[in-house]
Design a protein around this ligand. Structure first.
Ligand SMILES: Nc1ncnc2c1ncn2[C@@H]1O[C@H](COP(=O)(O)OP(=O)(O)OP(=O)(O)O)[C@@H](O)[C@H]1O
Ligand SMILES: [Mg+2]
Length: 147
């Protein structure tokens, strides 16, 4: 996967970007989402979920930290917003989850614990532009380099 950047001008647009990414994912993949409050990380998770045929509504994982949804591949949705340290992320079993899952793990606020993410993680950052559009940049890490 090459590093790509796109600008989305609507919620649906961001949702569709996630659907497009989902088509490139394989079992065990990890998607690390970065971006400020209201950037569209949860919208992106909903797009991934739709592509995996998940009917259940995607709830905020802010308080539960980790939620799992059955789909064509299971989707594990985590949100690190409330965590204060990498140690806490380890405590909720995130590292373990990412190394053992047969599904897709998607993590909001991944930049709170970047060192936990395995090589091969797909990093997606969403930045709100001054005109309200979103700049979405994504790449997969490979031995510390982008590919
Ligand atoms: N281009 C866009 N892409 C994504 N969301 C957009 C866009 N334009 C407007 N929005 C709106 O911005 C909001 C994004 O909310 P969302 O919950 O996905 O953000 P978040 O990054 O998950 O925030 P949080 O850090 O609180 O979890 C939604 O209300 C969505 O409709
Ligand atoms: Mg969110």
């Amino acid at each position: 996967m090459r590093k790509t950047s796109v600008t989305t001008i609507s919620t649906e647009d961001t949702f569709d970007q996630a659907r497009r990414l989902a088509a490139q994912l394989k079992p065990g993949d990890v998607v690390a989402l970065c971006g400020g409050v209201g950037a569209g990380k949860t919208v992106f998770v909903k797009g991934l979920a739709a592509a995996l045929g998940i009917m259940d509504p995607i709830a905020s994982a802010t308080f539960t930290i980790v939620e799992e949804y059955p789909g064509t591949l299971p989707l594990i949705h985590a949100d690190l917003y409330r965590l204060n340290s990498v140690v806490e992320a380890v405590d909720v079993g995130l590292e373990e989850l990412m190394s053992t899952t047969a599904g897709i793990v998607v993590v909001e606020w991944a930049d709170k614990a970047p060192e936990l993410f395995p090589t091969g993680t797909v990093w997606v950052s969403i930045a709100i532009q001054s005109d309200g559009s979103r700049r979405i940049t994504q790449f997969r890490t490979c031995n510390g380099e982008t590919q």
